[in-house]
Ligand binder design. Structure first.
Ligand code: MSP
Length: 672
């Protein structure tokens, strides 16, 4: 069986985890889960990078020893990953003695290979990036990567003969064109190497928080400067120290290595690291994926602005599953992304609450009503051949996007499947089929939807593991590799399901749940207003609507009787109405009332609304189940026949009778 090894960067312990760290680690976990569900064995490494000048300075600023400081922040990372259900197999710390020993062994091996020599480093250094720069690279004494001030250093140093590996690296990029992804990042790396590599300083002497050189290398002269390993050499070696470099390296894992990193540290992984590996005589990574950068509301996150997104806070307010979905869906892998509560809420309401949550609840509702929660059909394809034919190509595109590390495309594809599920219900209207005694067709239709949901759940597992399990178990199935092979890779269909009602998976969210930091970001209420105006084109389009309305009125014949002219309302008054699409979940006569029907209506809210409507003489309740109606959602609740009615269903009336207004849109869609 293929064994894969996935690594996240090991994170600096100078500060607590933020959304960027969470993103990288979630991407790693997603990849692990995807490979596992496809039947592969995977080992996931994460950990913390605890040495170096930056950590030493941070510890000092917190009045702690570097080790005590590293212990506390490292524990924060580890606990966070555990809370986020990150399925890591090993958590490496560069202060672990086994790791320190491996780093020394690696240094000695490179020395013995003749790749390390002693000299003097003179140049610029960015403590924040722990990175060296030449005079031509710094801009106004600032780091070209992070923009922070650099310091100049001149000190004795051991150098790694990086320049010796320039040609070998270029040949490797050429021979293995897919190793570095995305492509444009690979091209940047190639240009960097082609522009000429200089040997790399791999020891520091000005401070002491690091791995000392192996015994016997340093001069015995007490007055000679003491060297410690350059923090990046120390950190990169953690990828092999974690799987036994110093005794028995697990080559079965090492030969299938995927490194996932942010674009900020690609150079270290795609240039220095492979050169170190060549020096050590080890195979090079199979894949190095570089992702983009997360900003907040368009602004780079920084502690001084106070806009750093705390992943724990997001998860606390919105749930880990929705957060994972948002991070993986919102931004094409490799590009920069922006975090805003508004965008997160929109994703939750439209993609999760409406598209998945509603489909599952509609299926369960109808299965309960018509078939006592037990479905069976072997005639899905017979009755719905066109719909069935659409499924295989979607699954193929899903798998190909996941293999290309494009989770946002994979999710787009999966939502195509959910749309198919929702549309077969509105197209074939099972409630009508039941009235026409087409029980077999209805059962086949519900089984088609059940199949769609099983396939969606299996595919969704790497992205939203708990949601996937919840959907599968509501349908009486489980999430595992054999099911993935059967129902996704081979696209076979289940023919029976015993359903279990579940509470709504993703209740709608009406306004931001987290307090926003002050400065460059707008207040909560502004986020709220923006989201409203976007989902409801009233705001900007109003003037033109009014104008065209006015001119058409000017041309229209004058009403005969001015008394009958309805009084005009301003757009502001109209805008006070919250009109929504609702889907009828239940409908019954109100006992002892000739007029009233009692509806339970899904408005995309956490719980369905009860609304009473006086239309009993126009409709048989059973024909209304599943219908999409228009609802005044912000009407003051009233009590009728002892029952609360929270809203009004709109209808049109003429001499021939009454018809409910119906809009083929999802539950909760705003009508304006
Ligand atoms: N310790 C080094 C990595 C050594 S790996 C052998 C380091 N650590 S770090 O704490 O700064 O983490 C860097 C990684 O965190 C980035 O490469 C990226 O994966 C993630 N992110 C940190 N901030 C980020 C954003 N604002 N946006 C997206 N991810 C970023 O570098």
């Amino acid at each position: 069986m293929t064994k894969n090894y996935i690594t996240s960067p090991i994170y600096y312990v100078n500060d607590v985890p933020h959304i960027g760290h969470a993103y990288t680690t979630i991407v790693c976990d997603m990849l692990k889960k995807y490979q596992q569900i496809r039947g592969q064995e995977v080992f996931l490494l994460t950990g913390t990078d605890e040495h170096g000048q930056k950590i030493e300075n941070s510890a000092k600023a917190h009045n702690q020893t570097p080790q005590a400081y590293a212990d506390s922040i490292s524990a924060r990372f580890r606990t966070l990953w555990e809370e986020f259900d990150i399925d890591f197999d090993y958590f490496v710390r560069t202060t672990d003695s086994a790791h320190c020993h491996s780093a020394q062994v690696a240094f000695r091996n490179m020395l013995q290979k003749g790749d390390i020599y002693k000299g003097v480093y003179e140049g610029w250094y960015c403590i924040s990036c722990e990175s060296h720069f030449t005079k031509h690279q710094v801009v106004d004494q600032k780091c070209p990567d992070c923009g922070k001030p650099t310091t100049t250093i001149k000190e004795e140093s051991y150098f790694f003969a990086l320049s010796k590996y320039q040609d070998a690296l270029l040949q490797w990029y050429d021979r293995c064109p897919d190793v570095i992804a995305p492509k444009h990042k690979r091209n940047e790396v190639i240009r960097f190497v082609e522009s000429g590599l200089v040997d790399l300083s791999i020891t520091r002497t000005g401070f002491s928080w690091g791995v000392p050189l192996p015994e016997g290398v340093e001069s015995t002269d007490k007055s000679a400067p003491k060297h410690i390993l350059y923090v990046w050499l120390d950190a990169l070696v953690s990828y092999i120290s974690a799987i036994g470099y110093e005794n028995a390296l697990r080559m079965d894992l090492w030969e299938n290595t995927t490194h996932i990193v942010g674009k900020d540290i690609l150079r270290f992984h795609a240039v220095y690291w492979p050169a170190f590996l060549m020096s050590l005589g080890l195979p090079l990574p199979r894949k190095i994926y570089a992702h983009g950068w997360w900003t907040r509301d368009g602004v780079k996150m920084s502690k001084s602005i106070g806009n750093v997104v705390d992943p724990k806070e997001v998860a606390k307010h919105y749930g880990i599953e929705a957060f994972r979905y948002f991070l993986l869906r919102e931004v094409p892998f490799g590009q920069d992304g922006d975090f805003s509560q508004k965008a997160l809420i929109e994703r939750i309401n439209s993609d999760l609450s409406n598209d998945i949550g509603n489909l599952l609840n509609r299926l369960i509702g109808m299965a309960q009503k018509y078939f006592n929660l037990t479905l069976f059909s072997t005639q899905i394809e017979h009755f719905y051949p066109q719909e069935v034919a659409k499924i295989a190509p979607i699954l193929e595109r899903f798998e190909s996007a996941m293999s290309d590390m494009q989770p946002h495309i994979a999710l787009e594809e999966l939502w195509g499947l959910l749309r198919l599920g929702n549309s077969v219900i509105s197209t074939y209207e099972p409630w009508k089929m039941m009235k026409q005694a087409k029980s077999e067709q209805t059962q086949a239709l519900l089984m088609l939807v059940g199949n769609i949901l099983i396939k969606v759940a299996l595919c969704l597992y790497p992205i939203m593991p708990k949601t996937a399990r919840a959907i599968a178990s509501a349908l009486g199935y489980s999430i595992d590799a054999p099911s993935f092979a059967r129902y996704v890779s081979q696209n076979t269909f289940i023919s029976s399901a015993t359903l279990t009602p579940v509470p709504p998976l993703f209740p709608r969210i009406e306004s931001p749940l987290m307090p926003d930091p002050s400065a460059p970001l707008d207040s909560q209420s502004s986020a709220n207003t923006e989201s409203r105006s976007e989902s409801n084109p009233k705001s900007d389009s109003q003037p033109s609507v009014c104008a065209s309305h006015a001119s058409s009125q000017a041309n229209a014949p004058k009403p005969k009787d001015s008394q009958s002219t309805p009084s005009l309302v301003g757009i502001e008054e109209f805008a006070k109405l919250d009109l929504r699409v609702g889907v009828v979940l239940e409908c019954q006569r109100v006992p002892k009332s000739e007029k009233l029907l009692r509806f339970l209506i899904d408005l995309g809210e956490p719980t369905p609304r009860q609304i009473l409507s006086g239309i009993a003489k126009y409709y048989d309740p059973s024909e209304l189940v599943g219908k999409q109606v228009c609802v005044v959602a912000n009407l003051k609740p009233v009590k009728l026949m002892g029952l609360v009615s929270a809203g009004m269903i709109l209808s049109a009336h003429d001499d021939e009778g009454l018809s409910l207004l119906s809009v083929p849109k999802k539950a909760g869609s705003k009508i304006s």
